[in-house]
Structure formats: structure tokens, C-alpha cells
Design a binder for this molecule. Structure first.
Ligand code: SAM
Length: 230
């Protein structure tokens, strides 16, 4: 359906995780129709909007100001302003700012809609070849406090497990996983999804550690671990 005006007050709009072709037609339409675009990084979103030839007022909405701007945004939404929230890449509120605004908007009876679209966890899970019928998304593991407890807990998980990780912690995390799950546990690492240097390596944790120790670690990573055999 090709609506002339958006039906919701607040849209969560997924944006590409690398390949700009992954923006949906509806995402483009919504971004063109709303009054304001809330962006995690206005510069980054400005580049995307320029590519899409969309000119809209941009406002910062990120983890450092989300509490502060919340009340003002809700008041504006209640007065009828239409907004779209985008993050730097992928689906807002998935390991990105958005949850707070969604919760508050729902509590105030504001109509909101999250568009389906790019997110890194789905292609990484499917690429892994591990069961997709049931899985858990863990996002980023805690850096220090609580990490060991989480790894111990996850070692018993029988569903496929998806983790996000930054390039400079990926080997350490694979080592932590091997320590708690055993080096023979199968895992899959997807790097630079949808980008020029996209690759997925699926092997035992021990073999993946060796592989990445012999590489220059660059880009963005998703780790998928096969669940424990029931
Ligand atoms: N909101 C995003 C989503 O829907 O996937 C996630 C944002 S989170 C701050 C960033 C993390 O997502 C990265 O550290 C990485 O783990 C993962 N990620 C994002 N883009 C990726 C890509 N192109 N390839 C692999 N992992 C990616």
C-alpha cells in the first residue's frame, strides 16, 4: 500500500549495515514524510540522507542524551509531530538506542511502528548453518564484571547463540567461549556483512581462534555459537 502520510507518530527505521542497496522502499518513503529524523549520529545519517536525496531536520538521539531529551520528544509527538528514529546502522533499539523512547512512547499511547529491515544478527545466524528454529540474541557480552558468569550460563544454552563483538575484543571473546564451552564447540564468525570484505568462518572455537590470530582483525563482527547438544 502506498500511503500518502505515515499512519504512526513514531517510526523506527532500519538503515543499511554496509550495503546502501539494503534500504527498503518503505524506509525511504517514511524518512521523506516524517517531520523530524532522530539520529544516533547526525553526520552519519546526513550522509545516508544525502545519498537518498532527502532533506529533513535532524536531531541527535544517542545513549548520552536519550534520558535528557525523552520528555521533550514525547511532548512533541503528543502534539502531532511525526518522527523517525534511525541508528548508525541496522535496526534501532537492537544493541542501539531506542528502547527508552519506545517504552515511553507506548506508555503515553503514542502510535509507533518498527519497519522490518537490515540487522546484522539475522544474516550471521543464517550464514552459520546452525539451527535457526530457536536462537538467543545476547548482544554484547559485559566487558569485565559479569562476563564470566554470563559465559558460564551460556555454556549450557542448547539454542544457537548470537553475540555482537567489537574487533579488538573478538579473539578474547572466542577464547572466553572456548574456556567455558570447550575448544571443540562449533561457532561461526561473520565479518563485514554486506560489505566488500564480507566473510564467514565456521569451525571449532579453537580453530577460529587460530584463524583470527593469524589475521589483521578489521571490521565488524557477529559470533554465532552452536547450542550445547541436548
Ligand atoms: N542495530 C544494529 C543491528 O541491528 O544489527 C547493531 C548495532 S551495534 C552498536 C554494532 C554491532 O553490530 C557491531 O559491533 C557488530 O557486532 C554488529 N554489526 C553491525 N554491522 C555489521 C556488519 N556489517 N557485519 C558484521 N557485524 C555487524
Amino acid at each position: 500500500m502506498n500511503e500518502s502520510r505515515p499512519a504512526a507518530q513514531l517510526y523506527l527505521v532500519p538503515t543499511p549495515i554496509g550495503n546502501l542497496e539494503d534500504i527498503t522502499l518503505r524506509a525511504i518513503r517514511i524518512l521523506s514524510q516524517v517531520d523530524t529524523i532522530l539520529a544516533e549520529d547526525t553526520r552519519q545519517t546526513g550522509i545516508l540522507l544525502k545519498h537518498l536525496e532527502i532533506q529533513k531536520p535532524l536531531q541527535s538521539y544517542h545513549i548520552f542524551n536519550e534520558h535528557k531529551v525523552l520528555t521533550g520528544l514525547i511532548q512533541r509527538l503528543e502534539k502531532g509531530e511525526q518522527m523517525a528514529l534511525v541508528s548508525d546502522a541496522g535496526t534501532p533499539a537492537i544493541s542501539d538506542p531506542g528502547f527508552l523512547l519506545v517504552r515511553e512512547a507506548l506508555q503515553h499511547g503514542i502510535r509507533l511502528e518498527c519497519l522490518p529491515g537490515p540487522t546484522a544478527l539475522v544474516p550471521a545466524l543464517v550464514n552459520s548453518g546452525f539451527p535457526t528454529d530457536k536462537f538467543v540474541f545476547e548482544g554484547f557480552l559485559p566487558h569485565k564484571k559479569g562476563k564470566q558468569t554470563r559465559l558460564k550460563f551460556l555454556a549450557e544454552e542448547t539454542r544457537s547463540i548470537i553475540l555482537y563483538e567489537s574487533p579488538h575484543r573478538v579473539i578474547k571473546t572466542l577464547q572466553g567461549l572456548a574456556e567455558f564451552m570447550g575448544g571443540e564447540r562449533l561457532a561461526s564468525v561473520s565479518r563485514e556483512l554486506t560489505k566488500m570484505h564480507e566473510e564467514t568462518q565456521t569451525d571449532t572455537l579453537d580453530a577460529l581462534i587460530t584463524y583470527f590470530q593469524n589475521q589483521k582483525i578489521r571490521g565488524e563482527f557477529v559470533i554465532v555459537i552452536k547450542g550445547k547438544e541436548a
